[in-house]
Design a protein around this ligand. Structure first.
Ligand SMILES: Nc1ncnc2c1ncn2[C@@H]1O[C@H](COP(=O)(O)OP(=O)(O)OP(=O)(O)O)[C@@H](O)[C@H]1O
Length: 352
């Protein structure tokens, strides 16, 4: 099976004066796994609801495999869905719940039986086929919802916060299962989560939403290593951001650090530096002009990693994460620490 191509073209959705999506554009390749990540109210669910057909765009259009979806009822879009407030039919058994989308599609009974069995085995609920939803745990019910969403091998699968109510272990198990299903049936997935680790580990690309717009969309690594704005740098992972003064001839001053670094992007107004990209300069290594100094304020021991906060002479505090192996002794709280970084590891940030 091949997943569908999805295209949001200039989709705007307003509720009275509130604008939930604003000129929203997104192109998803067949079989791609894209996650929408953003603060509460940024428009994630609205985008999914419009694609599913539960809500109409105020303007713009959504296409599935090039076909405009305006006027197409949800049941005719061939989209599988797992939402957080999923509803299983309480009076139907697990097997009947999972069979439902196939019955709707008038699939012959022998095929239904075989597919339901396979779907329940896939979510490891083969033994629970005869039970009613009330006799299942929350996580088991969520797995039934997942089986029901994938049983008809939809070319598009929408998942809205479908794991957030589960405990960590079960969440990780279902993340694995969703990844496996995605690999096995090649469906296109549009996934919504609040959990950035989940987004980073599951997705081919992540779209960061702010105020109903995508502010950056990239592969997880690119998004983490090369955030383009303060908002994105702050949203994904931990980041130290420093203003740049006078970017000229490929050089910029970092006033808080008292150093000058090469910056290729002339429109950069600041840099983002991940805590693990900052190196502690130990011993008598000669101070060159890329080394700057501060005083360790605080440190937290994580086993193989030590997280330190360092106050610079300017008063700015930054976070540093160091591997303990290979270090004789890191400076402790109250001591002076010398730091450096490879300018290539500093992501240039444009104005927000
Ligand atoms: N039916 C509605 N009536 C009025 N405003 C709505 C409606 N649905 C959504 N909104 C508004 O649209 C904006 C986007 O909502 P949406 O549910 O898409 O955000 P979200 O990113 O999914 O948020 P969350 O993470 O909290 O689920 C919010 O400001 C919300 O209040």
């Amino acid at each position: 099976m091949q997943g569908s191509r999805i295209h949001f073209e200039k989709v705007t959705k307003s509720f009275g004066t509130a604008i939930a999506l604003s000129d929203f554009n997104l192109d998803i390749a067949p079989g791609e796994f894209v996650t929408l990540l953003g603060a509460s109210g940024s428009g994630k669910s609205t985008a999914l609801n419009i694609l599913a057909g539960f809500s109409d765009a105020t303007s713009g259009e959504v296409y599935i495999d090039g076909r405009p979806m305006t006027g197409v009822a949800p049941e005719n879009r061939n989209v599988g869905m797992v939402f957080q407030n999923f509803a299983l039919f309480p009076h139907k058994s697990v097997a009947e719940n999972v069979a439902f989308p196939l019955k709707m599609r008038k699939v012959p009974r022998v095929i239904i039986e075989r597919r339901v069995k396979a779907a329940l085995e896939m979510v490891r609920l083969g033994e629970f086929a005869a039970r009613k939803p009330a006799a299942l745990s929350g996580g088991q019910r969520q797995r039934v919802a997942l089986a029901r969403a994938v049983v008809f091998e939809p070319p598009v699968l929408l998942m809205d916060e479908c794991l957030s109510a589960l405990d960590l272990k079960l969440r990780e198990e279902l993340q694995d299962e969703i990844r496996r299903i995605h690999r096995e049936i090649g469906t296109t997935v549009l996934f919504v989560t609040h959990d950035q680790t989940e987004a980073l580990t599951m997705s081919d690309r992540i779209a960061i939403l702010e105020g109903g717009k995508i502010v950056q969309i990239d592969a997880p690594e690119a998004l983490y290593d090369r955030p383009r704005t303060r908002f994105v740098a702050d949203f994904i992972g931990q980041s130290n951001m420093f203003d740049l003064a006078t970017v000229q001839n490929g050089q910029a001053d970092v006033p808080d650090m008292g150093i000058t670094i090469p910056v290729v992007d002339a429109s950069a107004v600041a840099i983002s530096l991940r805590p693990e990209r900052i190196r502690v300069v130990l011993g008598d290594a000669p101070a060159d002009k890329s080394v700057f100094e501060g005083v360790v304020e605080d440190e937290t021991f994580f086993g193989p990693v030590v997280a330190q906060t360092v106050r610079l002479a300017s008063g700015r505090v930054l976070d540093v994460r160091s591997q303990r192996s290979g270090h004789d002794r890191l400076p402790h709280a109250g001591e002076t620490i010398r730091l450096a970084f490879d300018p290539a590891d500093a992501a240039p940030l444009a104005a927000d």
